[in-house]
Design a binder for this molecule. Structure first.
Ligand SMILES: [Ca+2]
Ligand SMILES: [Ca+2]
Ligand SMILES: [Ca+2]
Length: 537
């Protein structure tokens, strides 16, 4: 079998680990097994990316010379075992992160880890990254791809022996889509992070056997850092490696207080691997998966990666190859529901509506570990669970008052007595009933000094300005501004658009002012502010 790997970033024996010299094995050497009577031939896998449609999928196979018989075996990567994991099973929308470009001496960052689990044939490595670059800041690149920009990312996997010697086992560089950091959440509300997290999977096809302890490094080039610094600025200067300090979900961190840096030093300007406490008790987030010695064979159907092995069986010829075959998932449409709820002491969850219906999703609530309880705004990120569809949606959930929860709070505060807590009561005798105090965010226990009308109308040169106070923490009331020129017909009221509750920034209470033009020919106009009480859950 031939193992063809790209040249090493540094073809040098001057790598150093733990201040000790170590052996350095290049896998670029060819191991050609050839019997005396067989002629070498080539076999190629093509059509290696196909879309899921519920039917079995197979890659194309060709040979040179043409038409040789080939035996194909296919193993689903879904059977692989996670042997090291610090990337959360449901990825966060962002992570603590550090940019390689900030350290001109550095070429790659990683971690030294002990594997868990039992299988040891390398199947894949996931790396978590965080991009801070926004499409608006790179209009030329964004015009070419609204989703993100392409940039090569590299993973290096070293085996570590008992004397801390390193052996390079695998190295892979792949062009990756770096998603733009969103300007806002999908509902237009404020995006709560500096960057956006994404995970890139590196599939390996060689089934290299791993020792119990490995070093995994992530490398990419930026203006001033990486194995081949680019020398000019670009969005890659805002590309960061995601870091975390939690105890690994699988496997263990050899030293939680040290990460691994591949960096230039005075002694080794071309680069040397060192342990480093410079980052504190955090390290790049990684997930490593392995195959068993003999993975089970599968018929590709579900979305995901498959390891394809093709061996020429034609008498007199010899050759084989391995490749990844990818069945890509379909896009689904997601939307969020139950985004406004009353804070009543119980945790509140949003609902995710999917097209096609019924797809399972994972929801992350920013600012806590699960569904929130207290009044406030909560950015929400929903992502489809892994399967045959992909999709995600984000928005801001609002937990606020119902009349009942608001008046209960006023009773607790001692502002009013419970026997005067009805919607039509007026315990402070300011001629504003409690429900109106609720809508206008005034205090039901303190008489207002002035009593502004609920809807104020002011004449302006182009028409009228309508103004009212809105309590944005009120969840159980819809505010509707309406106008008509014909009071005699109750069906003539038409809606006048009012701005939604702002989240950029959040305003708990605000004065809404809407300009309306004077209707030509109308001798009179009428306006009303309509409150509709929703049933509270
Ligand atoms: Ca470590
Ligand atoms: Ca009152
Ligand atoms: Ca009052």
């Amino acid at each position: 079998m031939n193992k063809r790997l790209a040249p090493l970033p540094q073809a040098t024996s001057k790598l150093m680990f733990n201040s000790a010299s170590f052996r350095f094995l290049m896998l670029g050497t060819f191991l050609v097994c050839q019997s005396t009577f067989a002629v070498p031939a080539d076999v190629y896998i093509n059509q290696a990316v196909q879309s899921y449609d519920g039917a079995p999928k197979f890659p194309g196979v060709t040979t040179d010379p043409l038409g040789l018989s080939v035996e194909i075996s296919i193993a689903s990567r879904a059977q692989s075992e996670v042997v090291f994991q610090t990337i959360p099973t449901v990825s966060d929308p962002s992570y603590t992160s550090l940019g390689l470009n900030t350290l001109t001496t550095d070429k790659a960052w990683g971690n030294e880890v002990n594997l868990g689990g039992s299988n040891r044939f390398l199947e894949s490595v996931d790396v978590a990254m965080v991009n801070w670059a926004k499409a608006a800041d790179y209009p030329v690149l964004a015009a070419a791809n609204a989703l993100g920009y392409q940039h090569p990312l590299t993973v290096l996997v070293y085996g570590v022996d008992g004397a801390s010697n390193l052996t390079l086992l695998e190295q892979k560089t792949q062009d990756s889509l770096i998603p733009w950091r969103p300007a806002t959440l999908d509902d237009g509300s404020e995006y709560p992070f500096g960057g956006t997290a994404f995970t890139t999977r590196f599939n390996f096809n060689d089934s290299v056997e791993l020792p119990e302890r490995i070093v995994v490094l992530i490398a990419y080039n930026t203006e001033n850092s990486g194995f081949e610094a680019i020398g000019s600025p670009g969005p890659y200067n805002e590309l960061n490696v995601a870091f975390g300090g939690d105890v690994p979900l699988v496997g263990s961190d050899v030293n939680p207080a040290e990460a691994i840096r591949y960096r230039s030093t005075d002694a080794f300007p071309e680069g040397v691997i060192t342990k480093s406490g410079a980052f504190g008790v955090i390290a790049p987030l990684l997930t490593v998966r392995t195959f068993s010695a003999s993975p089970s064979l599968d018929t590709p159907l579900d979305a995901g990666g498959y390891l394809v092995s093709a061996t020429i069986t034609e008498p007199g010829f010899e050759g084989d190859t391995r490749a990844n075959f990818e069945v890509t998932p379909l896009d689904a449409i997601l939307s969020l529901a139950d985004m406004r709820q009353v804070a009543d002491g119980a945790p509140k969850s949003v609902s995710v509506v999917t097209t096609p219906v019924g797809l399972l999703s994972d929801v992350k609530y920013v600012g806590g570990t699960g569904p929130p309880t207290d009044r406030g705004l909560y950015p929400v990120f929903a992502t489809l669970s892994p399967g045959n569809y992909v999709g995600k949606v984000s928005g801001t959930m609002r937990l606020g008052y119902s009349y009942d929860s608001w008046i209960a709070e006023k009773i607790t505060e001692g502002s009013i007595f419970p026997e005067f807590s009805g919607k039509y009561d007026d315990p402070d005798a300011d001629k504003i009933i409690n429900f109106m105090e609720y809508l206008a965010f005034s205090d039901p226990g303190v008489a207002e000094t002035s009593r502004p009308s609920l809807l104020e109308v002011t004449q302006i040169p182009t028409g009228l300005t309508l103004a009212f106070d809105r309590n944005n923490e009120v969840i159980d009331v819809d505010y509707e501004l309406q106008g008509t020129t014909d009071l005699s017909d109750p069906n003539m009221w038409s809606a006048i658009a009012i701005p939604p509750e702002g989240t950029l920034p959040f305003v708990a209470q605000e004065r809404i002012e809407v300009d309306v033009p004077l209707s030509l020919g109308a001798s009179s106009g009428f306006f009303r502010l309509k409150y509709t009480l929703r049933g509270t859950p």
